[in-house]
Design a binder for this molecule. Structure first.
Ligand SMILES: [Zn+2]
Length: 312
């Protein structure tokens, strides 16, 4: 009996959680949405600082492209060349993030399907010429639909188009920090901007610690994390600090495809609302457990208040 239980546990470990070799190390795949940021490309003399920074850091990243951004500021720079630089980079895995960043639960199935198809027209041509392929799709706002029917319908569309839905385990609202960061830079308040930059790095590390503790409690091991952030000025300036601090905490930076080999990503979702929550929560089948973990997330009230004050 004891032998049969221990074998069953070993099989469970091997098939479901793959504990043991390969899962003791803390790992993360960095993923960047809303590429390419043609606004800061234009403002920066047709140069993407984030791409240069990532090149110098020698870490693999996955990017999720909004082709609609190519039509903005196109008189200033060659935006197609920027997209080609991103897709052709040896450390980049490219994915689709729609053309116009529409919200699926608002526009409905047909319009959203059209936005997906439009989202990869130029990217597919560039990727083809480089022997690459766009196989991954990330939803704008991580809005997978308002109910279970909508989730199932779009899943079927994406499968028929050859895409896999792109999950994430960690995000830290970098877009909100970026809005406040750019606000201070606009008024040349570099001291306040730097405070926001450091706060972003500190809170992001707190999110890593938080989701590591969740991972340990739920899966009894470190999972292969996927971190979601954006092509923005904040990451152009603070990604090196964030990467340094994660390295100091023994995180290894892995490719997106490597991250997806973690069997956690084979789990079924149990969450069918439109909100863009971490996949850790989507996999939980107990709503009260989900709520309890969400309420225990790191404190972000300071940046939220600063962000809300921008509108006033
Ligand atoms: Zn986006």
């Amino acid at each position: 009996m004891v032998k049969s239980i221990s074998i069953n546990v070993l099989i469970l470990c091997g098939l479901v959680f793959s504990c043991g070799n390969g899962y003791g190390q803390k790992t993360v795949s960095i993923t960047i949405d809303d590429v390419p940021n043609t606004r800061i490309y234009s403002a920066n003399n047709c140069h993407s600082k984030l791409l240069s920074v990532l090149d110098s850091l020698h870490i693999p990243v996955a990017i999720f492209i909004n082709e609609g951004l190519l039509k903005k500021y196109e008189a200033d720079c060659d935006n197609q060349a920027l997209l080609t630089q991103w897709i052709s980079h040896k450390h980049v895995t490219a994915g689709n993030h729609t053309c116009n960043h529409s919200r699926y639960s608002e526009v409905g199935l047909d319009a959203f399907t059209f936005d997906i198809i439009q989202g990869a027209q130029r990217s597919n041509t560039i990727a083809d010429s480089l022997g690459k392929e766009l196989r991954h799709f990330r939803f704008p706002y991580n809005d997978l639909g308002a109910d279970s029917l909508a989730h199932v319908q779009i899943d079927s569309v994406l499968t028929s188009l050859g895409y896999r839905i792109s999950p994430f385990t960690i995000e830290s609202s970098d877009w909100m920090f970026n809005a406040v960061y750019e606000y201070y830079l606009q008024f040349n308040d570099t001291i306040k901007a730097a405070e926001i930059g450091r706060m972003y790095v500190d809170i992001t590390l707190q999110y890593f610690h938080f989701y590591d503790s969740l991972s340990q409690q739920v899966y009894q091991r470190p999972v292969k994390h996927i971190y979601l952030c954006h092509d923005n000025r904040l990451n152009s300036d603070y990604m090196p600090m964030l990467v340094d601090k994660l390295k100091a905490e023994s995180y290894a930076f892995i490719s997106y495809d490597d991250a997806l080999t973690d069997p956690i990503y084979l789990q079924q979702a149990n969450y069918f609302k439109k909100w863009g929550i971490s996949w850790f929560y989507r996999w939980m089948d107990d709503p009260s457990m989900r709520r309890a973990w969400m309420e225990a997330e790191p404190e972000t009230v300071e940046i939220e208040q600063l962000f809300e004050a921008l509108d006033k």
